[in-house]
Design a protein around this ligand. Sequence first.
Ligand code: COA
Length: 237
Amino acid sequence: MEQEFNILIADDSHQDFAQIICDEMESSAKARGTGIAKRSPDYIKQKMREGKAVIAFTNDGIWAGFCYIETWSHGEYVANSGLIVAPSFRKGGLAKQIKKKIFNLSRQTYPDAKIFGLTTGLAVMKINSELGYEPVTYSELTQDEAFWAGCKSCVNYEILMSKERKNCMCTAMLYDPKDHYEPEETTEDFKQHSKLYERFMKLKQSKLLKPFLKKENQKETNGAGKPKSLFHYFFNL
Ligand SMILES: CC(C)(COP(=O)(O)OP(=O)(O)OC[C@H]1O[C@@H](n2cnc3c(N)ncnc32)[C@H](O)[C@@H]1OP(=O)(O)O)[C@@H](O)C(=O)NCCC(=O)NCCS
């Protein structure tokens, strides 16, 4: 039977969980070998106090998951960021429930805002598709400098900047309240094309990495030591 969770809009009573949430975000990103915009416990606490986050617990009160809202371009855009599910509660539908809750909270609080997310994961693409998001180019996202500054702590930031912020390892997805498909349509589209999206994502990522590998290999050949492996770029070793 599927485990049940309490999925709540976070408030100041949850601030003690900020550290464990940050730690899990960081170790999950390392384990996946992908980049992440790092967040401090203070930032997470602020989101909780402002009621701009969703937190999930088991019935026994064990922390299980989290996600928060950010606004950009003076409220024109909203991002549902920092989605994390504790490893022992994954693959049970919790991320889907958290995303649904934070999406509804975003729609209620910012009814006119475009809601977007960046992700390297197929699971999140699937969840977003079921909410009515569609894949878009980076030019359709907020151009707010503060948002892109958040990518500075990501291991792939150099790639993002080399592409003049037009592309990177993440796939961008957006829900525009004024112009969107119905969730049934985007769900069906994802179902039909998920294999293609997966291949495209891998292809895009290896293409984006190539010039960096060449550059690094050249440096290594000119200098001392062995060229760095692909893992170097993923794990930032
Ligand atoms: C990504 C993450 C949030 C998913 O959480 P979860 O609770 O396991 O996800 P769900 O169980 O709700 O799964 C949603 C769907 O994605 C699928 N899915 C889950 N993990 C998947 C994976 N690694 N690869 C492909 N599909 C996956 C599930 O099968 C499910 O599909 P279904 O509706 O057909 O069953 C979780 O793995 C996590 O916290 N990872 C580390 C942090 C992270 O990657 N955050 C996202 C940043 S954008």
